[in-house]
Ligand binder design. Structure first.
Ligand code: FMN
Length: 352
């Protein structure tokens, strides 16, 4: 733990040195010319703050409410596949890091760890299950049912991957998943390790429609729709039973040149923010990014790649340090912005 980088930015540099080219490309790359990948980060950076002075910030409060439950802060771990490419601790490592910091953990359908293993793994925190709907609906139905049985709190239905985006460095490298790497959700399907990353995603049904959301929302768990970029789609999500939406472009990994999430968020908050929770992800790298997202109306903020860098560098301890550094930075940013309570953040803190 002593030799972990002291700054958030240090983790990415250290992880890039440590990872083999194939896994590094899978984690780091975006689709196409990686315009959206870059602009996700830049769009938060571009927003300017207009802080208040002399309001007394000796006591700070990061707490909020998400899916109707009180939470110590607005962070959530983004669903990400294949965490054992980062570190043998894999999903359990990140889940325990999440538990240590009061962060809900999202298990991906394409995780290397099963729902059972996660539920039994001592990571006592809110668990969400990310759903990819497979062509073989029986497999998906079983996973959804098992998620409820294993105490998951919500489903996260990813709607922006009907087919896989063209991630060019992955194609160039032709990297194949280790044949012995477990992907529990794919057992029984003719898919899994020993094939390219894109091939492992070809089990996903490109025929998904809003009516399928309705079926899922009729089940016992609330459904969070992840991957919405337009106000009218956020409205469709509500109309078909969603409990929340995540404004997301899949970290710039799907359709390149879509708008960055910081730009997509405000009109979606205007349309549906009064009715359901709006969350956001993509390019969140610092406390100021989280502060800006919440000031623009996001109730929750998902963190993606920075956690993979933490996991790569130090397993569970590395991921935990990344979450702690991000929360410390958020706390400091609230003090400096003159808005000591996160729930009091208002859009007028932004100067643009
Ligand atoms: C390596 C990697 C794997 C991912 N796998 C999934 C996945 O299985 N399901 C999903 O809904 N999103 C997946 N995502 C997207 C993330 O949930 C999230 O939307 C994105 O990473 C946020 O952007 P950020 O990495 O800039 O924080 C993945 C992202 C990365 C980087």
């Amino acid at each position: 733990v002593e030799d972990l980088p002291p700054l958030l930015t240090g983790f990415e540099a250290a992880a890039r040195e440590r990872l083999e080219p194939g896994p590094l490309s899978y984690y780091a790359s975006g689709a196409g010319a990686e315009i959206t990948l870059r602009e996700n980060v830049e769009a938060w950076e571009r927003l300017r703050l207009a802080p208040r002075m002399l309001v007394g910030v000796e006591t700070r409060d990061l707490s909020t409410t998400l899916l109707g439950r009180p939470r110590p802060h607005p962070l959530v771990t983004a669903p990400m596949a294949f965490m054992r490419l980062a570190h043998p601790d894999g999903e359990l490592g990140l889940a325990r890091a999440a538990a240590a910091t009061g962060t809900p953990f999202t298990l991906a359908t394409l995780a290397n760890t099963s729902q059972e293993q996660l539920a039994a793994g001592g990571a006592e925190t809110s668990r969400w299950f990310q759903v990819y709907v497979f062509r073989d609906r029986g497999v998906t139905d079983a996973l959804v049912e098992a998620a409820a049985e294993h105490g998951f709190e919500a489903l996260v239905l990813t709607v922006d991957l009907p087919v896989v985006g063209l991630r060019e460095t992955d194609v160039t490298l032709g990297y194949e998943l280790p044949a012995d790497m477990p992907i529990p959700a794919l057992e029984g399907l003719n898919a899994g390790g020993g094939q390219t990353l894109a091939a492992s995603l070809s089990v996903i049904d490109p025929g998904l429609r809003w009516s399928d959301l309705e079926l899922l929302a009729d089940g016992p768990l609330p459904v969070i729709v992840k991957g919405v970029l337009r106000p009218d789609d956020a409205r469709h999500a509500i109309d078909h039973g969603a409990a929340a939406v995540v404004v997301s472009n899949h970290g710039g990994r799907q359709l390149d040149t879509v708008l960055p999430t910081a730009d997509a968020l405000p009109p979606i908050v205007d349309e549906v923010g009064g009715e359901i929770d709006v969350l956001v992800d993509g390019g969140i790298r610092r406390g100021t990014d989280v502060l800006k997202a919440v000031a623009l109306g996001a109730r929750g903020v998902l963190v993606g790649r920075p956690l993979l860098w933490g996991l790569t560098v130090g397993g569970e301890a590395g991921a935990r340090r990344v979450l702690e550094l991000l929360l410390e930075d958020l706390d400091r940013s609230l003090a400096l912005a003159g808005s000591p309570r996160l729930s009091d953040l208002v859009e007028s803190l932004l100067a643009n």
